[in-house]
Ligand binder design. Structure first.
Ligand code: SF4
Ligand code: SF4
Length: 408
């Protein structure tokens, strides 16, 4: 085992409590190829950034060796923005990215974190959670800090506990540089939230599918009119836009033969000028390399490509897939441990290839305790779903579909 691998695995073995040596000294070897940047708050931000919700995994643990390699590659190409949150990777994302980033000088990277609105029941909770997060990330300030996931279930926590005011105090102390919010509500709610305070930025879910078939365009226009800079999350809809249904994939191939599905989806977002960075959840080094390549050999998105994106979105929608982004928020509250994102993922694959036999085989490979028929209809999951899915009803639909098509 190489020395670096040994050290990082030792850190993992003690749950992140041991620190890497050489803190804050690691020199970044700058590559000739740098990712394209956009201005925000008087600084240059990389247009592509690592979202730490889907980190590389090995044996059900975060693969720190792979993550270390990915961060080093990103830093050397100028992609020095990292976005984590309290509940990502079952609460382990902050420790993991903090452990890797602490090797670098603090001023050489941007780190974003979020205050989980659903856990805030008093003003004091904001500072308590914030201090815990700083400690987990091993930093003394966050560049961007957000009220996390404002939606119809968390809006009262955010308002009743004056989360904005509490974070503003942290900003005045210099422990937060920019104050924003991430959002999963409807346009009407966004219009209210965006005008009730002076926000430095907002974080929205934008991609060419949501733009065309849900309300992405409206959300963008509200932030744009309010002149609030935007960070984009779910640009590839949890990987769904890299795994297109056959007809949509064929259309994209015909129109843009040299483009990968991922680069097409990511470049589409860059056509929106109010956006200053795009978070992509990258689960291995190869994905990181491809994304960096897209943004360091950057091509503007053309009018013809916009037209193609609209047509591809309509073809995806016509397949009737479930709009799940595999964020796993529902899994945090399901009392039965039903594997909701896996079940919806299998259904969506079936919708792309129409292979009922394989749908049945893969569905039956799930543990019995994780299958849809164990749902007790409590609806806790739907309350936590940022996409507003009626999960119990969809589980029933998947269950009846798998029963019907796998017997054919
Ligand atoms: S409704 Fe079903 S899937 Fe949702 S939380 Fe309850 S048991 Fe889990
Ligand atoms: S069902 Fe909703 S909460 Fe669950 S993984 Fe999918 S998008 Fe996330």
């Amino acid at each position: 085992m190489k020395r670096r691998e040994f050290i990082i695995n030792s850190v993992l073995a003690v749950g992140g409590a041991t620190l890497l040596t050489g803190c804050g000294q690691k020199e970044v070897q700058k590559s000739e190829k740098q990712v394209v940047k956009r201005k925000f708050a008087g600084k240059e931000f990389p247009l592509i950034a690592l979202g730490c919700m889907r980190l590389p995994m090995r044996d059900s643990k975060i693969d720190m060796v792979e993550l270390d390699k990915m961060v080093e590659y990103a830093m050397s190409h100028g992609a020095n923005y990292f976005d984590t949150a309290y509940m990502y990777v079952e609460g382990k994302s902050e420790n993991a990215i903090g452990e890797i980033l602490k090797q670098y000088p603090r001023e050489s990277f941007y780190l974003a974190d979020k205050c989980p609105a659903y856990l805030v029941n008093s003003k004091a909770d904001v500072t308590k959670l914030f201090n815990e997060q700083l400690k987990k990330c091993q930093v003394d300030y966050f560049d961007n800090y957000m009220v996390h996931n404002i939606n119809k279930n968390t809006i009262n926590n955010y308002r009743d506990n004056d989360m904005y005011g509490e974070i503003l105090k942290l900003k005045k102390e210099g422990r937060v540089k920019n104050l924003g919010f991430s959002f999963h509500g409807d346009p009407e709610m966004l219009r209210e939230v965006i005008h009730e305070h002076k926000w430095d930025f907002c974080q929205l879910q934008l991609n060419y599918l949501d733009w065309e078939v849900i309300n992405g365009k409206e959300l963008y226009e509200i932030a744009d009119e309010a002149k609030v800079p935007i960070i984009v999350m779910e640009p590839l809809r949890g990987g769904g836009l890299c795994n297109l249904p056959d007809k949509a994939a064929a259309k994209l191939k015909e129109r843009c033969p040299d483009e990968t599905q991922a680069s097409f989806g990511l470049r589409w977002v860059t056509s929106k000028p109010r956006v200053f960075t795009i978070l992509s959840g990258m689960s291995n080094f190869q994905q990181m390399k491809e994304n960096i390549d897209t943004f360091s050999n950057f091509k503007e998105f053309t009018q013809e490509e916009l037209q193609t994106a609209a047509e591809v979105a309509k073809l995806i929608q016509s397949q009737g897939a479930i709009n799940c982004t595999a964020c796993r928020y529902c899994m945090e509250v399901c009392p039965r441990g039903i594997n909701i994102p896996a079940i919806f993922g299998l259904y969506n694959v079936y919708k792309t290839n129409n292979n009922g036999f394989m749908f049945g085989v893969n569905y039956n490979a799930l543990k019995d305790s994780e299958k849809a028929d164990k749902c007790i209809n409590c609806h806790l999951c739907s309350k936590n779903c940022p996409q507003g899915l009626d999960i119990p009803a969809l589980l029933k639909k998947v269950e009846s579909t798998v029963e019907r098509v796998s017997k054919k």
